[in-house]
Design a protein around this ligand. Sequence first.
Ligand code: ADP
Length: 838
Amino acid sequence: MLTDRLFARSARSAGSSADSSPSRWHHGPWWSNSYLLTPLLSILVFLVVMSLILWSLNRREQQQQEDTLYRNVAWAQQQIRLSMTGAQEQLQALSRDLVSGRADPHSFQVSTADIMQGHPEILYMNWYTSAQQPRWPNNALPGLGQRLAKPNDQQMDEAVKAAFAEARNTRRQVYSPLMYDDVGNGYITLQTPVYRDRDFLGTIAAVFSIEGILKRDIPPELSAKYKISIIDVNNRELATTSTRPRLPRDAYYDLPLDPPGQGVSVRVYAYPQMTNFTNNTLVWLVAGLSCFVLWSLWSLWKHTRQRFEAQQALYAEAFFRRAMENSVLIGMRVLDMHGRITHVNPAFCRMTGWDESDLVGKNAPFPYWPRDSYPEMQRQLDMTLRGKAPSSGFELRVRRKDGSLFHARLYVSPLIDSSGRQTGWMSSMTDITEPKRAREELAAAHERFTTVLESLDAAVSVLAADEAELLFANRYYRHLFGIRPDGHLELAGGGSFDSSAASSDSIDMVDAFAGLPAAALTESTADAQEVYVQGIQKWFEVRRQYIQWVDGHLAQMQIATDITTRKQAQELARQQDEKLQFTSRLMTMGEMASSLAHELNQPLAAINNYCSGTVALVKSGRTTPDNLLPVLEKTAQQAVRAGMIIKRIREFVKRSEPKRQATRVADIVADAVGLAEIEARKRRIRIVTDMRSRLPVIYVDPVLIEQVLVNLLKNAAEAMHDARPDAVDPVIRVVVRLDSGFVCISVVDQGPGVDEATAERLFEPFYSTKSDGMGMGLNICRSIIESHRGRLWVVNNVESDGHITGATFHCSLPIGEPDGPSNGGSEAPTPQTVTGEL
Ligand code: ADP
């Protein structure tokens, strides 16, 4: 209940007021004590007033008691005085009687007996003469001294004597001072002077017992109420009505008994009163009640304190929950069992834009339902109320107050109260617009990615490393190989990765990650490999890489790009190259045709001469076989020479597939020089060959290398002739040497050399400085040499004075079998700058 109120209160005072409230509660517990202060104060006032009343009552009572005591003391005093005065008067009368009447012992005895009867306190009476002698001896007055205890005679004498003297002098009755007997009883003697006119006849002495006075003269009602004592000047108790020892707190009152007493006082003690008991009871009652009230107040305070603390804790808890609810980003909504909204948190309001008042108490359709999806929302609500809401929640669209929509996910759970009873349904709502957008974007990106992958003209496939299972294959792969892993294996080169290879060492190592860092594996990129797949007659450039598949396992990804067309183009280019080379050779031959014809003409003319001579000799009949034989041998030699020339030409220009074979460098050089010489000789240029006798075998196409050398020699001869046609003994040197795994053939001419501009463009196709030049020669030469993994370059021959004496074309070729171990991977030596700069 309290919590409800708290929540209601908190809900009302949301925002800034909600912030200020806790501090009020936390820092202001003054009220909890102040409301206790009032009863405490009233109790104190009550106590004070009660104490005052009791005190004044007590005081009054004491006053009354004192008054009563005083009155009673006065009364007792008066009684004693009266009695004493009575005795005095009787003694006075007796003295007068004695003077006027007969003075015999009998009558005196009768009179004294009368008086003593009336005053039992008088213990002894006698008539003393003026000489202080008893008028009659004791025996003459029997019984007079019997009632006297044992007065100290001497003491008595002194006291009596003093009183006697005073009475005689003053002619008045005089009391003697107090006398004591052995046990401490007090006595007083009254001396009554007896005068006949002027004659002093003595005194009548009467001894009063103090105790007797007390017993005789105090009325019994007084002695019943009070303890009455007679005390002397030394505060000694001479007689008392009660033997009860005096209590220290008993109140008493003294009144002097002068003149008879001579320092004797009457003291009255008040017995403790009944009223005191009532008073005390009242005091105790009040005190007890006050204590009870104080205890009640204390327990009330304690209870309130506990309650206050509990309340504080509750407030703290409530505000904590409130703060939590306010700061939480998830919208929360509570429905009762009938589907009515009973609570929404601020996040829900923020999300939807609807105020709490717009939502709380509303039944379906709720304001945030989009109008076009009422049936769907109603269906979801019905499911919720039936307890059939899916645990994964509902995905729904929510209409904000401004009409905009957003996507949300709503989770529903039953709301159970403290007694374990379900009171409604708690729903939590999260705005999933952003995640949904991200997901959609992701999906779109995935789709784009898939589309790209799918529409790729390359077969992309991923194969599990440990088992030959195809994990992914794009459309092109599926188009070529279906969904079988065979295609992947075939592209992998058959043996390098197949299902059996999965158990081979390499894959085992990869699969088990046995010492192989998978990360490093996945990072390593394999070189592209060209693979021809027989089944579908296609060329592929295959790149493969080990990757970590989504499930963490190692997989091999393979991207096979179809390069069949490229391959075909390459083949075409190669064929065209061949054709070009062939054409180039034909052209070279064409250019050399006249020289060749002239060269052929010589042996043929010689053969003709020899044959004509032989015919003439045979016709003359002067011939003998011995004469004919040398001529015929020479003829045959010339025919062989012509045949050699024709063979060289034929071999040079024959069209054949490029074929590498083990060839001796000397043969190539000799053939090339042999052909080039024919042309050079026409220009009177010598070709000098400089090579070691033992040269290694190289694996080249001899016709092509010969073509290169012929071309270089022809260019050298042309350059030399063009530059210095009148040169004396021009020489072209062909130098062959070995250079770290390469055979370097250099053609050194004595031409003009190559200037810088020409050197840059020398090997470009169709670059020529000659009017009839095609400019294809050096370009073809370089492509031939490079296809043999060699290099072709030019440097100028420079004299020490900087004078250029010609150009040298270097051509280096690797020794050993192509891709063989001797030169595998090695490059042609870098051209050394032996001569000036180019
Ligand atoms: P072409 O001989 O048809 O001109 P090449 O490709 O054989 O075509 O030669 C290209 C050019 O290189 C020549 O035009 C010439 O200028 C230059 N050249 C070739 N060899 C030499 C050389 N030994 N000395 C000077 N220049 C040369």
